[in-house]
Design a protein around this ligand. Structure first.
Ligand code: CUA
Length: 155
């Protein structure tokens, strides 16, 4: 089979471009610590008060420097809307929504996920520096959307 030189070059170039893009995706997921929001489980939004861990929203310590924060998003607030942890804490957020689709983004971090009713979103971040980290809803969820925020206070 005869292939034109230009055609051959384009084929090689396309292959290289594909490989670079593939490596960029793999590298950003495993190298740069970017977390792909995934479905970690399903939960009935109508039964959150009877479904652990969503029956007790809040922060609990899992071990030295390790915490779990269970947060329910609903129109138009987070429960709880204030999370306190010591500096250096690694916090895994378990999130779900009681009603419509919300978002969860913590400023100054790479924590950014959708919060979908019926699904559990899980994101982890280590808060090295003390300070107040605002988190907010970035999915339009109705007339109170702009008031939907909370804080992670790192002491
Ligand atoms: Cu919740 Cu916008």
């Amino acid at each position: 089979m005869y292939i034109e030189l230009y055609e051959k070059r384009w084929m090689v170039l396309t292959g290289v471009a594909l490989a670079v893009m593939f490596l960029a995706i793999v590298g950003s997921v495993f190298g740069a610590g970017i977390q792909v929001p995934g479905v970690y489980g399903q939960v009935n939004p109508a039964r959150l008060p009877n479904t652990p861990p969503f029956d007790q929203p809040g922060v609990r310590q899992l071990g030295p420097g390790r915490y779990e924060a269970t947060v329910i998003a609903h129109i138009w607030a987070y429960s709880p809307n204030e999370i306190r942890v010591p500096a250096g804490a690694t916090v895994t957020f378990n999130l779900t929504s009681r009603d419509v689709i919300h978002g969860f983004r913590i400023e100054g971090t790479n924590v950014n996920t959708m919060v979908i009713p019926g699904q559990i979103a899980r994101v982890t971040h280590t808060f090295k520096k003390p300070g107040t980290y605002l988190f907010l809803c970035h999915e339009y969820c109705g007339v109170g959307h702009q008031n939907m925020f909370g804080r992670v206070i790192v002491e």
